[in-house]
Design a protein around this ligand. Structure first.
Ligand SMILES: O=C(O)CCC(=O)C(=O)O
Length: 389
């Protein structure tokens, strides 16, 4: 029997061989073996949906090769250990009775500890069904499979015209480049989608509603962990008008020394919920080392953003992370960002405050300015209450 996978990039032929053992014309056992016969080399052939990353940015890599810079020196290929993030079962938040109260308190403590020590953790039994995650993935693949020319020029649904992004237009060296494409999706529909697009919008809405519920539940627990009286503040300030979803796709990268799928950064929100597929590539900084997060497609990854770090006076950690591109496989992820309105004031809950009081709008403006002038985000150190000389 011959089976040919119809995934366009990965054409593999498998041959299944069956061995039947007969005694007196009666089959007494069947065994099968499967051998991978042939891997047709289509993996690195660009599709017409791929953004022209190689032709646009090849010169940056050529310049690096000419200058004979050791790629390890800029950490694009630096080896990293794999880690399993703390895994927290949220089912315990729903257990009733006296035992339930203990289980709930223990679960909350684990969340607070993970946010303080790691800034990253993963959750299971999170209330976002596997079936919904699978539907989002299907939709995500299909929007990225549209021809590049359409993605770059035609608006998708009621998403803003600039919601599709690829590469890094401002990159002047390989370490400033993100080898990826993304849709940034605001969660407020601005117009009714057409009949064929309704399904995509519907799935995006169903998914973001589930992610929003989870984000607010976790934010409430983290606020409570600070002993913060005003646990309703985040709920009031982060609404569907201010939060957004990002669909990421990381095409395979043929550059010999590799590239960042996403350059190192911290998130500028309260917290982020991420679903990554089985391919892997997400890394986080711990101490002075990059650790690769072992993929767990059943779990959602939570990471603390800059606003929670500032509000918690550095108790919760907004940790630098990045994505490494993969030479052979494309990778998908989807992230939900819990952001407040621009007028929201972020102020440390404790004294002496490490950061001065600032509004989210002010924070975003400063990031934009730093990226324009320096090619990168500086982040919270710009807002230290006492600036070092
Ligand atoms: O794709 C990933 O694993 C990380 C995504 C991410 O960090 C982001 O979208 O900000």
């Amino acid at each position: 029997m011959l089976y040919v996978s119809n995934e366009p990039r990965l054409q593999l032929c498998f041959v299944f061989t069956y061995q039947l053992v007969y005694i007196d014309n009666v089959v007494i056992s069947i065994s099968s073996s499967c051998s991978r016969l042939l891997e047709i080399k289509t993996q690195l052939q660009p599709m017409d949906s791929d953004p022209p990353l190689l032709s646009t940015y090849r010169a940056l890599f050529d310049a690096r090769d000419r200058e004979r810079i050791d790629p390890d020196a800029i950490a694009l290929t630096a080896a990293s250990d794999e880690c399993e993030l703390p895994l927290i079962d949220l089912d315990r938040l729903n257990v009733a009775g006296h035992d339930g109260r203990d289980a709930t308190e223990k679960c909350k403590r684990e969340i607070v500890e993970a946010a303080s020590q790691w800034g990253f953790f993963q959750v299971v039994n999170h209330g976002v069904s596997n079936e919904l995650i699978a539907r989002v993935r299907e939709e995500q693949v299909s929007v990225f499979r549209r021809p590049f020319a359409k993605k770059a020029t035609e608006q998708l649904l009621d998403f803003a015209p600039d919601s599709y992004r690829w590469g890094t237009p401002t990159a002047s060296s390989p370490d400033q480049l993100s080898w990826s494409e993304a849709y940034h999706i605001p969660l407020t529909p601005s117009a009714a989608p057409g009949p064929t697009e309704g399904a995509t919008r519907h799935i995006v809405e169903e998914f973001s509603t589930a992610m929003s519920r989870l984000a607010h539940k976790l934010a409430g627990i983290l606020a409570e962990g600070l002993g913060e009286g005003d646990q309703g503040y985040i709920k009031e300030k982060c609404t569907c008008n201010t939060c957004y979803l990002r669909l990421n796709r990381y095409p395979p990268c043929p550059i010999r020394c590799g590239a960042f799928g996403l350059t190192p950064h911290t998130d500028s929100d309260f917290l982020t919920i991420l679903h990554q597929d089985h391919v892997g590539g997400l890394q986080l900084m711990q101490g002075k080392r990059w650790l690769t997060v072992k993929p767990n497609p059943h779990a959602l990854i939570i990471n603390i953003g800059d606003l929670f770090q500032a509000w918690s006076n550095n108790m919760y950690k907004s940790v630098e992370h990045r994505v490494m591109s993969n030479a052979k496989l494309e990778r998908f992820s989807v992230a939900y960002f819990l952001c407040p309105s621009y007028d929201t004031v972020i102020q440390s809950y404790a004294e002496p405050a490490i950061y001065r009081k600032f509004s989210f709008g002010e924070y975003r403006e400063q990031i934009k300015e730093d990226v324009r002038l320096m090619g990168r985000k500086i982040g919270l150190t710009r807002f230290l209450a006492v600036q070092s000389l």
